[in-house]
Design a protein around this ligand. Structure first.
Ligand code: FUB
Length: 459
């Protein structure tokens, strides 16, 4: 096994077979959040060369304050990640930092939501940043490969004052850029300037008037505090999807049009407010190998500070009339998980009685544990791949104050006795039955109490 990891590391490929054997920049999750060693907000997913690439922004613990004195978003650079299976993610490292942007304030920590598109073999990375001349501007960095290296253009895009760029390459051959609260304009073929034939309009902000390029694609639609537009085309329809405040925090809504620059008609919500009050949400939508996916963020690894967010993924489905079905966030996520990996059953598909707690509240990146307080408590974890060869043993990372018995179901079912271990232990038992192929795993406490499980793996 070690040999595979070493060869994989040398060739820069993610072939590790167990999470603990992966090179440092490779993560195996398959569950939500998808990146488990750093914050990853505003995830823009794109498919390049048959792989999925994620360009998130990079939250860090706050080092700057908002004008009201509260801790504020702090984002100094961007990483890019890639995956072939939505389970194993490679971090290709930093591609742009605030110190390297000639027109940006090097200490603003304002590298908000980015995007990246490919045109004629070049990769264009669009990013907002605080400008030396005041306000936000949108810059472009260009590379020959999605992983970089990226060359930052000396000037930001003229005519855009705002955040959260998204580029739509439409079937009419043009590229359109959307930003801020849903403003949109056509790009020149060079992808770094706005086209000369864009409409211009005079916009009033309080007592001041500004001439702005492009149009407001969200004009007249529900869009209080709208930001983070993500536009795409599918089946002859253009979709403009965007976070806005419906009540007190953001939902992701969407509108449809037959033209890239509208007018757009509001259609409804794709994702409702986060139940825990996390104020922002920010998303992207991508088709990978025939399935549509919805990338978004939540503050799972930072429950007390919602400006440290983490990327998550769900499947997205269209109705026959082209409208989008509402999505509920899950913990299970979308990735296939192998039984030979550390199966984080706290990222459950269903739960009854059991509870989920952080393992270490001084380091939330250590993740969660499942607590089975009393007999009858159970969780299930769907679509666990046991492969062709039935494992011989199962290992629980667990603790229990006294001996306990759990019912394990994976196609067949059997009771397994857990010995008394008051401290965290990797407890191995022979596999009580043969499990092969894709199975839904269920763990139920039959006797005992206060059993805690961090993960289970099958060998
Ligand atoms: O990440 C900073 C800002 O928060 C983004 O630009 C917005 O979309 C929101 O997610």
């Amino acid at each position: 096994m070690k040999k595979i990891a070493i060869i994989a590391a040398i060739f820069g490929i993610a072939a590790c077979t167990q999470a603990q054997e992966c090179p440092e920049n490779v993560m195996v999750t398959g569950t939500n959040p998808i990146i488990s060693n750093q914050f990853t907000a505003d995830p823009t997913a794109r498919v390049f060369n048959g792989k999925i690439y994620m360009f998130p922004s990079h939250d860090i613990p706050s080092v700057i304050t908002h004008h009201d004195g509260s801790a504020w978003f702090s984002m100094a650079d961007y990483h890019v990640f890639s995956s072939e299976d939505l389970t194993t993610w490679t971090d290709h490292g930093v591609i742009v930092t605030q110190e390297d942007v000639p027109w940006g304030r090097p200490d603003a920590y304002s590298m908000w939501a980015p995007d990246c598109v490919e045109r004629n073999g070049k990769y264009y990375f669009y990013f907002p940043n605080a400008s030396k001349t005041g306000g936000f501007a949108v810059g472009v960095a260009i590379a020959d490969k999605p992983e970089g290296p990226y060359e930052i253009q000396p000037e930001p895009i003229k005519g855009i004052n705002g955040i959260d760029p998204c580029v739509l390459q439409a079937s009419d051959g043009n590229a359109y850029i959307f930003w801020g609260n849903g403003r949109c304009a056509k790009l020149k073929e060079n992808m770094i300037e706005l086209a000369d034939d864009n409409p211009k309009e005079v916009v009033k902000w309080g007592p001041r008037e500004f001439e702005m390029v492009g149009v407001s694609c969200l004009k007249g639609l529900p869009s209080r505090q709208a930001e983070g537009p993500f536009a795409f085309e599918y089946n002859g329809n253009y979709y403009l999807t965007y976070p806005y405040v419906r009540n007190n925090t953001e939902v992701i809504g969407y509108a449809m049009s037959k033209n890239p620059m509208g007018p757009y008609e509001y259609k409804g919500i794709i994702m409702a407010e986060h139940e825990n009050g996390c104020w922002t949400n920010h998303h992207s939508i991508v088709n990978y190998k025939g399935q549509w996916y919805f990338f978004y963020h939540h503050n799972a690894y930072s429950p007390h500070f919602d400006k440290n967010r983490s990327a998550q993924i769900e499947k997205l489905y269209f109705n026959e009339d082209g409208t989008i079905q509402e999505i509920k966030p899950t913990l299970r996520g979308v990735g296939p998980v192998k039984a030979s990996h550390k199966v984080q059953i706290d990222r459950y598909s269903c739960i009854d009685g059991a509870s989920i707690e952080y393992i270490d509240t001084t380091d939330y990146f250590k993740g969660w544990k499942t607590v089975f307080a009393k007999p009858g408590d159970k969780v299930c974890f769907n679509e666990l791949d046991f492969g062709k060869k039935a494992p011989k043993a199962m290992v629980f990372r667990m603790k229990t104050p006294k001996p306990a018995e759990v019912l394990v179901t994976a196609g067949k079912e059997a009771k397994v006795v857990l010995f008394e271990y008051p401290e965290w232990t990797e407890f191995e038992v022979p596999m009580p039955f043969k499990a092969k192929g894709m199975q839904d795993l269920k763990i139920e406490l039959v006797s005992g109490q206060d059993v805690e499980i961090d993960w289970i793996t099958f060998r």
